[in-house]
Design a protein around this ligand. Sequence first.
Ligand code: NCD
Length: 295
Amino acid sequence: MRHFIKLEDFSKKQIQELIDLSFDYKNNTNIPKLKNKICALLFLENSTRTLNSFQVACNRLGIFPLYSPANSSSLSKGETLADTVATLAAIGANYLVLRHPDNDICDILRATVGNQISIINAGSGAAHHPTQALLDLMTIYENKKTWSGLKIAIAGDIKHSRVASSLIAGLNIMGDNKINLIAPEQCKLEFAQYNNIEYFTDLGDGIDNADVIVMLRIQKERFAADGLMDGYNAWQLTAGKLARAKDDVIIMHPGPVNRDVEIAGDLVEHSKSRILQQVQNGVYCRMSVLVSLGV
Ligand code: NCD
């Protein structure tokens, strides 16, 4: 494994190994030291969880994190991204953790500078967010102990969410589950390649008898969402609607949460919420990706 660009590049066995390793790290077992390794972190979109958890993952592994704020790097002086990455590799960076608005940027860089540095996709456009999908899969497995027979409801801005597309890909690699997608018309996206997906516009119907509910933020930075926000309460997860899901349902959300928009604020701290467990698991999953790239 040289790069970590999208989950679709990996087999069920490889993803299972990454998750097993993440559980080891969570149990504080077998944590290696990768001294003398350097990890460049280049974020061309905002981030709290992903950026900081990569930095903490580096710290736990003894890797030196080299963070270049995008607006003060030479990209703002007209340097191409490939030249910036080649420069970071020449300085000694072994890994590039990249967040970028273009869907396919990591594949483009793999073709140009991929022999100089290991590329880890920390979110590309609306298409891929493989380390998020890994931590989501880990959290589902931690709580449900199975990869099959679950009803997983994903609700909100599916169309512009790289979290949704990567998680759906990951779930379909790992097992055989029913996936309900609930979205208003502007946020709907059909995944013709999978036949285990059902589409809903009513949130209550979509989460009926669900084992897992994943709520998503409206990606206002990716489309003109103005008209949508007025009636958005209809798509908000509330305690009343939650009652239709299974008793042992878990609530997930990749964050950042917009309280009282996609989810009632008090559900964030609900006993069924696993939102901060996802954040914690993100550190362990990012550690396992860094270790498994074996640079
Ligand atoms: C997500 C992202 O950046 O795609 N955040 C994250 O990485 N946890 C989701 C979002 O921004 O809504």
